[in-house]
Design a protein around this ligand. Sequence first.
Ligand code: FAD
Length: 443
Amino acid sequence: TPSYPSNCLAFLNSPPTVQPSQTAHVRLNIIIVGAGLGGLATAIALASTGHTVTIYEQAAELGEVGAGIQIPSNSTRLLSRLGLDPYLEKYVTEPETISFRRWESGDIIGLTKLIPNFRETFGAPYYVIHRANFHSALHERALDLGVSVRLAARVVKYDSQGGSITLADGTSASADLIVAADGVKSIARREVDGSDRPPFERTGFAAYRATVDVHKMKADPEISWLLDRPSLNIWIGNQRHVMTYTIGAGKSFNMVLSHPDNTDPSTWDQSTALSDMKREFQGWDPRLEKIITMIETTIKWPLVSGTPLPRWTTGRLVILGDAAHAMLPYMSQGAAMAVEDGLALSRTLSKLTHLSNLPHALQIFEKVRIPRATKMQEASLLNGKLWHFPDGPLQQARDKAMRPETVGETFAHSPNQWSDPATQMWAYGYDAEGEVERVWKEE
Ligand code: FAD
């Protein structure tokens, strides 16, 4: 039996549906900068415990770039606590399995059952969804909780000690607390970090993001089977992989095609992305190549990993989401970490008995979240090695460790989050709020 971290055991012993976080004793006036998935999830977590929340977003219109996103069980469980179920249910797909496939043949190397295993083991489903739908569900919920969203409001300056922001139009606003969820190019991070370390590192990888018209796929029996049942399929090979799943109630086939590229993204020519992508995956499973041929447009996306920071807070300013911990998408956990951040922050602030305790509360938040997010960054980088072995002894050893004795029934343990129970429990069984309680008691 794998040994689970204590916070996971607490999670397993808790009832499957938990009531919303405690109501705050001290109700704060809070500014959130950024209305991405992280900013909105945090706004919901804070507003649902009684704080007054205003979001400042630089974009004139709300939206999300890219097509699909996975919402792993550690995130769906928290979203459910935040009352998101009725907002999400019309949009989400619950895939049955994740199949790891050999790059050149598509033969299954490893298979993880999501249904019913993830609900049974982690008390929450594993979903996939169109990003725009995820974003609009969060936005709707935030508005219903009374969150104000100010668009075309770009923050250009932070006064972290005084608790105020200055906008590009010269106006300013102040609050008890400023939460910056301003993404990987965060300017708030500079204010918090105060050092000249680079905000993130190139990982040596880039991804083509694309969708395929399912009608075309349905017309070809060699590939239409991929649409029969919702599932995730990932082809892995030398320095490359292709992640696929259906979204939008089976109407769209989502693809992320990861490949090595360490050049400066500002030099990339998006007009050749489609042909470059097709060349990158020449010689792969002919069925996969067929699907890639059906892609009509794609965007090449840099994949970066945030530099781990010693602190996420200064004065009345705290950073979270990609601003604090951008990571490779190889654990499908970037946005999920932002959701955990939001719940953890909300639970920490609920413990305040006086505004003067705010620095202490922010320290607890940081103490809980930095190790968790840093390990997730590392795990994501690790998958970038494990999945990408070239043909040879290392790859054979990995495949042997992953290979089910009977596909779909018995799984050998391997150092992979989708087949190793202890790693799965760490990733998907994590209790963000319980961890705040534990650390708060210790301090
Ligand atoms: P962002 O989404 O970047 O939002 C930041 C917001 O702040 C933006 O709206 C921006 O306009 C605004 N902003 C920035 N500066 C200012 C300013 N000065 N003033 C006002 N507003 C400002 N994660 C998962 O959980 N599951 C997955 O399956 C997954 N797949 C991924 C696949 C790929 C290819 C990639 C690249 C990432 C993936 N991720 C995944 C990661 C996930 O997309 C991110 O972690 C997440 O979207 C980050 O959200 P955020 O709100 O922190 O930042």
